[in-house]
Design a protein around this ligand. Structure first.
Ligand code: TXE
Length: 489
């Protein structure tokens, strides 16, 4: 079998910028090296776009929106998206291999991401011609109706943890509404975005409808957020960068959708079904090595069940191993040496100030240059401790005991974030009470979906951000509601 690294020149020959349906080099000639996080080896490079390239991309998108792409009827847009979905499904194996190489994601998780991307195209293909307006009762002699219209050119800045899924939930929804897109993937994870541009173009997406501009955050990312020709910015990433993106967009009164991560609680009451909960508790916490915005990284357990849960979690954490993506381990490496250093600093702090309940392993034989972190479980963590408050974005999980429903809600809501929450209890009344009281964009009852399926609106409250992606709700984020008032007497 030929390794994915050797296939890259065939799949993405120049790894340039994809603007107006054609590949081109960065105008300043800059390149960024691409590392394999499983080994630390450099595998290829990508173009580093300049502000001038961003201008080109926005102009190409505008020309497509005002021209051929804007003229495509909704049903035809849907057919096109379905064609792209089929092409992605057909190519999903190499897309997954490419992602595993680029971001160190275990190959099984990368396959799931590629399938999810195909599903996004499929879901929105079906939705393209079903976005209806309303007729509104008004004064005698009037007819009033509403219609949803595309915004124009939408900018998308996506992170490195789920490149294909986040492209799916934002870019595909924007295209569905007829917007033309400029996508800036993370510099640490751009290869699948470039591959999707190629696949979509070959499937017939008109030139300029989807432009992919790779480059640094401070360079290309900022230039996109600050561009006066953009009509909406969708950003997923850190709170710090998100607020700077919002400020840059605000200079031109451009609306933004922000998804800024979280510190999501999984709450277990004494009456929880422990056997059902345990595997999901662990998966929700360490999926993608904990580099998941909706990771269930705080496990809150009612006092009666607490010793049992800590013991069972300890067993499971000890058995977890981090290894190279191609071996499909429970955890891959972290994305970069920088991210590993950041996570190790939290672990060091925890070791000094908290009770270490369990630590997993790094697989024997894992390449020494890879960015591996053995998963860690801390128990009896005070809810106000930094490890229980801050998004760590690594395989570091805290367990917190509580007494009764009121304290559970208080602790769960006691961070600046509010993305996802899970409640494990057999008490139906309590399920619904907590669903109301928890500060989160999604609440799972006796389940955890780490963001849930393609159909489910997703986004945060508080510092987790604002706006919704996924499901039909995303189509509202990427369109404007127009009210038409006819006075006919
Ligand atoms: O994120 P950044 P980083 C969190 C997580 C992680 C931390 C740091 O806690 O440990 O952020 O990760 C682009 N203008 N999340 O530094 O900087 C950048 O190129 C415009 C949570 O990698 O937010 C990339 O495409 N864009 C999260 C994207 O922003 C800029 C996912 C995200 O990078 C920019 C990732 C700028 N000035 C990290 N600077 C989640 N919510 O899932 C950078 N970018």
């Amino acid at each position: 079998m030929v390794a994915m690294r050797e296939k890259i020149p065939d799949i993405l020959p120049d790894r340039g910028l994809f603007i107006g349906g054609a590949w081109r080099e960065s105008s300043a000639g800059g390149r960024i090296e691409v590392e394999n996080p499983s080994t630390g080896e450099m595998v290829c490079d990508i173009a580093d776009a300049s502000a001038a390239d961003l201008d080109e991309a926005v102009s190409a998108a505008r020309a497509a929106f005002d021209g051929p792409w804007g003229a495509v009827a909704p049903a035809d847009r849907g057919r096109l998206l379905m064609k792209i979905s089929s092409a992605i499904a057909e190519h999903h194996e190499w897309l997954a291999e490419l992602e595993a190489l680029d971001v160190g994601k275990p190959i099984g998780e990368a396959r799931a991401d590629a399938r999810a991307l195909a599903r996004y195209f499929e879901f929105y293909a079906g939705a393209a011609d079903k976005v209806h307006g309303a007729t509104l009762p008004y004064l005698p002699g009037y007819s009033v109706f509403t219609q949803r219209e595309p915004l124009g050119v939408t900018g998308h800045i996506i992170p490195w943890n789920y490149p294909m899924q986040i492209l799916g939930r934002s870019v595909v929804a924007a295209l569905t509404m007829g917007n033309a897109v400029v996508l800036k993937p993370a510099e640490l994870a751009s290869l699948t975005s470039l591959a999707v541009a190629r696949i979509a173009h070959e499937a017939g997406l008109p030139a300029g409808a989807l432009n992919v501009v790779t480059g640094s955050g401070a360079g290309a990312g900022h230039a996109l957020a600050a561009h006066p020709g953009i009509n909406h910015v969708s950003f997923t990433g850190s709170l710090r960068t998100g607020t700077s993106v919002q400020a840059a967009a605000a200079a031109h009164a451009v609306p933004v959708t922000l998804e800024l991560g979280g510190k999501s609680p999984q709450i277990l009451f004494d009456d929880a079904d422990v056997d059902q909960a345990l595997p999901l508790l662990v998966k929700a916490a360490v999926q993608n090595a904990g580099q998941t915005c909706s990771a269930g990284s705080r496990i809150l357990v009612e006092r009666g069940l607490y010793p049992l849960i800590v013991a069972r979690l300890t067993e499971r954490f000890r058995a977890l191993e981090a290894g190279p993506a191609t071996a499909d381990p429970p955890l891959g490496p972290l994305i970069s040496a920088k991210q590993r250093a950041r996570v190790e600093a939290y672990i060091e702090l925890g070791r000094c100030e908290l009770t270490l309940a369990a630590r997993g392993e790094i697989a024997p034989g894992a390449p020494s240059g890879g960015h591996y972190v053995a998963p860690v479980l801390f128990a009896d963590v005070p809810p106000g401790h930094r490890l229980a408050q801050e998004e760590i974005f690594g395989p570091v999980v805290v367990v917190i005991p509580f007494d009764g429903e009121r304290e559970a809600v208080q602790i769960a809501n006691g961070t600046p974030y509010g993305l996802v929450a899970a409640v494990w209890t057999r008490d139906g009344g309590r399920q619904l009470r907590l669903a109301k009281q928890l500060k989160a964009g999604q609440v799972f009852l006796n389940d955890y979906g780490a963001g849930g399926g393609v159909e489910l609106p997703f986004g945060g409250v508080g510092r987790s951000g604002h706006g919704r992606e996924k499901g039909m709700a995303a189509l509202e984020s990427f369109s404007a509601l127009k009210t038409v008032v006819a006075h006919h007497g």
